[in-house]
Design a protein around this ligand. Structure first.
Ligand SMILES: Cc1cc2nc3c(=O)[nH]c(=O)nc-3n(C[C@H](O)[C@H](O)[C@H](O)COP(=O)(O)OP(=O)(O)OC[C@H]3O[C@@H](n4cnc5c(N)ncnc54)[C@H](O)[C@@H]3O)c2cc1C
Length: 452
């Protein structure tokens, strides 16, 4: 019996499984689809996500698929400079989401169980029983990372308040038989205009289109090549011709968030916990940060040394971060509305974002570099390259925490959580910080034999 089941093998579920496995747990990912998705979806990793993947030694695996290093993000298409952010990676890494997921999946000890859609979840005081692909699986805990239409959320009846979609858009990857003049071959910041074309590897282009037709057509109607052609012709003129529609999907500006990320022994993460318009490049990054915040806390819970409240701090820390992203993406959606009043607001906001302090504030937020949690001292700047343990620098461990905290060389004394946040920076209080985040010394259930 695994320690933890994960519903959904998207980037959030896979990185959560990776975190749990490197803390020594047995994990089984149950994935609905028979094969890894070919949908490119997110095309960029924000700097904080690049740091997280770098700390875990995953960047080398991504390198062959990196298409660009973009020294800026954008707020509804308004460029936001990242080049002087306080990080080793002051850029967005241009890479298709499918490659990020594949790189993480390749590092899992237990292969993802595919063709296993979760259809039912029951929990009691000792564990969770999940029905997937007609079979029943039992574990102590379930992480629900089964995406924006989460089945687990539905079967548990978890309240998911927010607003329904008012605008409908189409995302598509296409190849072109004829290209419009002046189409760039290198990666650029996506514009917020309907019909932008971003070149991907293999002669493909990513486009997002929205217009009157997309508002009129039902959300469940399949996207045809002819519909995409009409929208691209409207944006670029008659010289553009679609050769092949590779994949396409309708999406909207629905904006919702779970009231609680924890329902007993079920913890929600990624799009299963929050949905919003994919503008500004935030969704994938939110899911990856959920995964690294949750992983070590749930591992400590399973291993029996989690201090009181540690697991619940996952909700307390991550819920406000996603709530803020929902505010940001709602604001960005308004700025993108093709309407003279919205254009006026956009004009004012563009001017305000030219003020260095405002620009910096938005850059810290969009990049994830500014994410902080109230009970921590912010993001640590040193790489946390340990094996899922916290890191203590410049001091000796005052007790038997070695199974949870690794010693690392460095000059500035600091104690860093496994997800890279600073909780002690020298002086008094090391014992208290260790107890607060890593539990009592010793006394851990011995799962270390399974750590790999
Ligand atoms: C057009 C577009 C562009 C985007 N651009 C960006 C961007 O630039 N930057 C960014 O950060 N984000 C972006 N996003 C958002 C990003 O793609 C999502 O936030 C991200 O996919 C969330 O990952 P996830 O693992 O939480 O969910 P998903 O990727 O949806 O993964 C969920 C997984 O669960 C599986 N599943 C579903 N139901 C079940 C079930 N019942 N049982 C078992 N498995 C199940 C699915 O098959 C899937 O594999 C974009 C999204 C879209 C649509």
């Amino acid at each position: 019996m695994p320690d933890v089941l994960v519903a959904g093998g998207g980037p959030t579920g896979l990185l959560t499984a990776f975190e749990l496995e490197r803390a020594g747990l047995d994990v089984l990912v149950l994935e609905r689809d028979a094969r890894p998705t070919q949908q490119s979806k997110a095309l960029a990793l924000q700097p904080r996500s690049v740091e997280v993947l770098g700390d875990r030694g995953l960047l080398a695996d991504l390198e062959p698929h990196v298409e660009a290093r973009l020294p800026a993000g954008h707020f509804s298409g308004i460029p936001i400079d990242y080049s002087d952010l306080p990080t080793r990676y002051p850029y967005q890494l241009g890479i298709e989401q499918a490659h990020v997921a594949a790189a993480v999946e390749a590092r899992l000890r237990t292969p993802v169980l595919r063709d296993a859609p979760v259809t039912a979840v029951e929990q009691d005081g000792h564990g969770v029983t999940v029905t997937a692909g007609g079979r029943r699986y039992r574990a102590g805990w379930l992480v629900a990372a089964d995406g924006g239409h989460s089945t687990v959320r539905t079967v548990l009846g978890a309240p998911f308040p927010g607003t329904s979609a008012r605008y409908s858009m189409v995302v598509a990857d296409v190849t072109l038989a004829r290209r419009p003049a002046g189409l760039a071959d290198d990666w650029q910041l996506p514009s917020s205009a309907s019909g932008f074309l971003l070149p991907l590897a293999g002669g493909r282009f990513r486009t997002i289109v929205y217009g009157e037709e997309q508002q009129r057509v039902g959300r469940d109607t399949a996207v045809s090549a002819a519909e995409v052609q009409r929208a691209l012709t409207a944006a670029h003129g008659p010289e553009i011709e679609v050769a092949e529609l590779l994949w396409a999907s309708r999406f909207g500006d629905a904006s919702r968030q779970l009231e609680r990320y924890r329902h007993g022994r079920v913890l929600f993460a990624g799009d299963a916990a929050h949905i919003h318009l994919p503008v500004g490049g935030q969704g994938l990054n939110l899911g990856l940060q959920d995964a690294v915040n949750l992983g070590w806390k749930l591992a400590a819970q399973v291993r029996g040394h989690a201090p009181a409240g540690l697991l619940d701090s996952y909700h307390d820390e991550r819920h406000p971060i996603a709530a803020r992203v929902l505010v940001s993406t709602r604001a960005q959606a308004v700025l993108g509305v093709p309407d003279p009043d919205a254009a006026a607001v956009r004009d004012i906001v563009t001017g305000l974002l030219a003020v260095p302090e405002a620009h910096r504030t938005v850059a810290m937020e969009l990049s994830g570099i500014g994410i902080g949690y109230p009970d921590t001292m912010g993001r640590a700047e040193l790489p946390v390259t340990s094996d899922g343990r916290g890191v203590l620098v410049g001091a000796a461990l005052p007790g038997d925490w070695a199974d949870r905290v690794a010693l690392q060389d460095g000059e500035r004394p600091q104690l860093v959580r496994p997800d890279g946040y600073l909780v002690w920076a020298g002086g008094a209080g090391l014992d208290a910080a260790l107890n607060r985040w890593f539990g009592r010394p010793g006394a851990a259930a011995d799962l270390s034999r399974r750590a790999g």
